[in-house]
Design a protein around this ligand. Sequence first.
Ligand SMILES: Cc1ncc(COP(=O)(O)O)c(C=O)c1O
Ligand SMILES: N[C@@H](CCSC[C@H](N)C(=O)O)C(=O)O
Length: 470
Amino acid sequence: MSRFSPPGGDIGSSKPNGLAKAFSRLDIEGHNLPPSPAPSSPRNGRRYALATELVYTEGNDQYNASSAPIYQSATFKGMGNEYDYTRSGNPTRTHLERHLAKIMKAERALVVSSGMGALDVITRLLKPGDEVVTGDDLYGGTNRLLKYLGTHGGIIVHHVDTTTPSAVQAVLSSKTAMVLLESPTNPLMKIIDIPTIAEAAHAANPAAIVAVDNTMLSPLLQNPLDLGADIVYESGTKYLSGHHDLMAGVMAVNQAALGEKLYFIINSTGCGLSPFDSWLLLRGIKTLKVRMETQQANAQRIAEFLEDHGFKVRYPGLKSHPQHALHNSMARGAGAVLSFETGSVAVSEKVVEAARLWTISVSFGCVNSLISMPCRMSHASIDAETRKQREFPENLIRLCVGIEDCDDLIDDLSRALVQAGAVKVELDGIRALSSGESVDAAIDSVFEPSPAGPSGTAVASEQTRGGDDD
Ligand SMILES: Cc1ncc(COP(=O)(O)O)c(C=O)c1O
Ligand SMILES: N[C@@H](CCSC[C@H](N)C(=O)O)C(=O)O
């Protein structure tokens, strides 16, 4: 029996039930959705809104458990049943996968042990001699895996500026087996024209697979499958789970054959998500909308705050973002990651260290706000020479905005900027240093008796990280 179309489709059941019959696979918009623990179409055929789908899952567990049970079992008794061994399939994982297929508007979703695990599964579709076209701003781990495949797997990888479709077009050919995109990119927040590039890739080679990493936005804000991608994947470690308490990778497709290939690799390599992590991820997904909306609103305010104070800020929610309109044509929001520059690596390090509410940490998507320096942390695996060639700003600070009170976040950031000497303190507030302005002078000006600055400025010269309450 295919794991894709089990009878009944509900957790804890191997028998057909009424739901599969009552709800057509095709909704009114023509989405061909899998049998699922959460019916996509209410009785009038209209699709439920995502907010409803995120929280609504249904099962026919023998005790009517309202929370999907965790099938913490490696093996299942019997012969020829739907489940025999958790590497091949587990009811808790299946429940999550069907729920994800629904919210990702996909025919099939699959979950593995990390985002990198998902990319490993996807790139196992390649064979030696195949060409991959990808960006010049990518998550460091993605860059690392592609470099490994280029060195040891006989894959030819083209890193080009994917913000310029003509640069992509120039390297596309019948040998292009995969186009791998992030939009927004991590950490420069560049926006990629997914529909245009997907169309060009398929024109160059109809068999080419366009894979889009949607980690930055989650299915709440962007659906790359609707934009021409063949595979969308995400690090479920980030927004989908939301609490930095699990690692997961998610893939979704609309082509059944492609789904079967990915499933074959997962079963063969044994990277399927564990039952407990599947359950945790299912729980996290339910609050995706409320978390992301608060995080995004905070991010927008913080991006505007930094821009208003003279910093170069990269956030697609800002009108000044060069691809603001393109982003809005593909997505329903700008997400909650932004990056900005101070103009000096030393100053940026001081800002990161001076922040208190903003935890120094890699990753993003958590309810807590995080601050990092990509070149020292998440992107340190890209060697310095390559970063230089790709004009990666070493002084870049990345902010991953959480759900805290936004005024508290801005106060803490203001104080850190002042304390680090990233700003001049003027009569009417703080201002980013212009290029050539001395950091020392700015620091001196903080220590001089000066009129009160903005909120947080007055304490800046007294507090240090690890001070009074640490
Ligand atoms: C954009 C992006 N894709 C993929 C990954 C990999 O995910 P994971 O850490 O879950 O392996 C990360 C971060 O790690 C990421 O930032
Ligand atoms: N040491 C890790 C760094 C993980 S970075 C996680 C995340 N994608 C981010 O962008 O912060 C590694 O080497 O992979």
